[in-house]
Design a binder for this molecule. Sequence first.
Ligand SMILES: CC(C)(COP(=O)(O)OP(=O)(O)OC[C@H]1O[C@@H](n2cnc3c(N)ncnc32)[C@H](O)[C@@H]1OP(=O)(O)O)[C@@H](O)C(=O)NCCC(=O)NCCS
Length: 179
Amino acid sequence: MAQGVVIRRERAADRPAIAEVVRAAFVRHPDEVALFVERIRASDEYIPELALVAEDSSGVIAHVMLSWVGVEGGSRPRILKLTPMSVRPDRQRVGVGTRLIRDALGRVEEAGEPAVFVEGIPGYYPRFGFEPAIPLGFVSPDPDIPDEAYMVKRLPGFSPELAGRIVYPAFFDVLSPPG
Ligand SMILES: CC(C)(COP(=O)(O)OP(=O)(O)OC[C@H]1O[C@@H](n2cnc3c(N)ncnc32)[C@H](O)[C@@H]1OP(=O)(O)O)[C@@H](O)C(=O)NCCC(=O)NCCS
């Protein structure tokens, strides 16, 4: 297990270290995802309280952000989306991602938000209680992406009326391919 790992909010001074972690984690499209992180920070959808790092004696080893995406036709106009999620390759598969996601979900629950949406690895997120979003009534933001990639974590306060068409902010276009 990951020893000596602290989870806390990102700070401005962390930004270069976070960019390195993001680039190393998304090695096939480092420029896109690093730019994506900057675009989230520069947007109205950024939530500083839900942009977190995991740190150990070697510095920043992982990073996650939750920010707003739109929902058309649902009872609320927006939902939290977890993206991107990056663990430095030399710290992968020792539980750091698990710690970071559990911590983030705890903060979301404390804030009283009823759900978190994710587009990600179908084999990874169900362990945190994420379940397929399309059967719950959410409509995919991109029909070219397999439906299994879209998952939702229901939290206290979730109601089926929250479901609707997910609409990503325009700056999501920097991701090519989506990730
Ligand atoms: C995917 C990622 C966030 C997981 O974080 P992590 O700290 O390595 O994962 P944890 O140690 O908490 O969990 C490990 C378990 O998760 C699963 N897992 C990890 N990476 C996985 C992957 N790419 N695909 C499927 N399952 C994966 C495995 O079951 C693994 O258990 P194992 O070691 O027994 O095989 C991390 O590997 C990463 O940053 N990858 C590159 C960027 C990325 O793909 N981000 C997510 C996009 S949705």
